[in-house]
Ligand binder design. Sequence first.
Ligand SMILES: [Zn+2]
Length: 112
Amino acid sequence: MHEMSVALEIGSIVARELAKRPGCRLTGLGVVVGAFSGVQIDTLEFCLEVVMAERYDGVVCEVKPEPGTAQCLQCGRRFQVSRAPFECPTCGMPALGVDGGDSLQVSYLEVE
Ligand SMILES: [Zn+2]
């Protein structure tokens, strides 16, 4: 499962960050995943909770989608999209391609 390898990768990022803060206990974790990264948000959240529960107690994991940006060919308006089709909210024309929305990053760590 793709999401599980992503969750394990996030787990090692978290472990590196925590190593810089001795004595801190991890309580929460936020991850932002691009809407077009190919990662299933729900599945990743589940996998992260499994990975975190193996290493830490009671960590709350939150995974949020990050939309991409498309630009209308007709009127030039830029707008956020999180799924196809990419139609301009102003004129309804299809937009060409999408920028962004393919990232994956740890947005925050909560420690105490
Ligand atoms: Zn338009």
